[in-house]
Design a protein around this ligand. Structure first.
Ligand code: ASP
Ligand code: MG
Length: 402
């Protein structure tokens, strides 16, 4: 008998009809003789709607109340699904993150899972029941407050639960057939990837592929939980994320991200310790800093640029304006008209010339590169936002379709 975690995203549970489709997936798995634990997201775009409602009432809603509000979204789905499964004659019950023993750090809106006690989940499994857990939420032991894990956090709930229950696999059901070699809405020839390594998936997720939240992939890698991404609505076998794949690709995928802003702090005194002084307040403020470039210094002054999510723009500018005064720098600025394209593949570790090929392709297409960053299995370039589609098309054509 296998223990399988099935997670259903917002678009898979957007109304009662889709809940019925989801229930079929669950009962088929259960009827085949497996133990099933289900994790659900909030229905459709209800999380966005709740955020919108709050913003109509306050410009700065308290993070605690936002977590109380947003955690309600998943509770609606879990109970409706349990009601339906009970009605079909299955023994099933739902649990909030807190009831399921998902213990997190105390940071509202961005909490990290620290531990899963999962007693009530295990009790349910032992009794042969289907247990449904609300994704995206947990509880902090010290503050005794409900927390949420950040957008897309139900994936993290699912994989972390799979790890802690030592499940045989974690199935992530969504509205696409799996992980593609590029965003299929932009690239018609994008290929469905059969197998991908944790490392590659992590790079894909953190550079813009939005099928899986990157923290969930980290859990998968750390505890070696096979993750299968597939569609709720078709019977395609989806993409499996695991330690090693049969074939190693030089470039497995092309990703993009147009939700980042480039920030620059001008004329910072070029002295030891300055980078620490700039980036400490940013990290304390929960800013997710990504690419960093420090320019060559002139007259003992230098410019420091970095990218961060556009929705953190106001916080970043506030911190930079203060820093500029404190460090006697020459001011701060932001540029939202940027996009990032990346190529990812474990095979590039052993292959030379991949980066230069990428730069040449962009150059041939008259696309100016503003910033570059690399990891052993990824190369990213910041380019003008308007050139992004052209860049993805050209890179996909050269590295994948050819
Ligand atoms: N409902 C949350 C969100 O929309 C969590 C999730 O869907 O995973 O971000
Ligand atoms: Mg979601």
């Amino acid at each position: 008998m296998s223990l399988i975690i099935q997670k259903f995203g917002g678009t898979s549970v957007s109304n009662s009809d889709s809940l019925k489709t989801v229930a079929k997936r669950i009962t088929e798995c259960k009827d085949a003789g497996n133990e099933v634990v289900v994790v659900v997201s909030a229905m459709g775009s209800s999380t966005d709607e709740l955020i919108e409602l709050a913003s109509e009432l306050s410009n700065e809603p308290s993070p605690r109340e936002m977590d109380m509000l947003l955690s309600a979204g998943e509770r609606i789905t879990m109970s409706l699904l349990a009601i339906h499964l009970n009605n079909l004659g299955y023994e099933c019950f739902s649990l909030t993150g807190s009831q399921a023993g998902i213990i997190t750090s105390s940071r509202h809106g961005m909490a990290e899972i620290e531990e899963i006690t999962g007693e009530r989940v295990k009790e349910g499994i032992e009794k042969g029941k289907i247990v449904i857990v609300a994704g995206f939420q947990g509880v902090n032991k010290e503050t005794r407050e409900i927390t949420t894990l950040g957008r897309g956090g139900s994936d993290a709930t699912a994989v972390a639960l799979a790890a802690s229950l030592k499940a045989d696999r974690c199935e992530i059901y969504t509205d696409v057939d799996g992980v593609y070699s590029a965003d299929p809405r932009i690239i018609k020839e994008a290929k469905l990837i059969d197998e991908i390594t944790y490392d590659e998936m992590l790079e894909m997720a953190s550079s813009g592929a939005r099928v899986l939240m990157s923290r969930s992939v980290e859990f998968g890698r750390r505890y070696n939980v096979p993750i299968i991404v597939k569609s709720t609505f078709t019977n395609n076998k989806g993409t499996i994320v695991k330690e090693k794949t049969m074939e190693e690709a030089i470039v497995r995928g092309v990703t993009h991200n147009d939700k980042e802003t480039k920030f620059t702090l001008f004329g910072v005194p070029d002295q030891p310790g300055i980078a620490g002084k700039v980036f400490s307040p940013l990290s304390e403020g929960g800013i997710i800093v990504d690419m960093i470039v420090q320019n060559v210094s002139k007259d003992s002054k230098t410019d420091i640029s970095f990218t961060a999510p556009s929705d953190q723009k106001e916080e970043v500018m506030k911190i930079l304006t203060e820093l500029s005064k404190e460090l006697d720098a020459e001011g701060a600025d932001s540029d939202i008209e940027i996009g990032r394209v990346s190529i990812i593949g474990a095979g590039m570790k052993a292959e030379s010339g991949v980066a230069s090929k990428m730069f040449s392709i962009l150059g041939k297409n008259k696309i100016n590169i503003g910033m570059i960053s690399t990891s052993p299995i990824r190369i990213s370039c910041v380019i003008p936002k308007d050139d992004m589609t052209k860049a993805i098309e050209a890179l996909h054509q050269e590295f994948i379709s050819k």
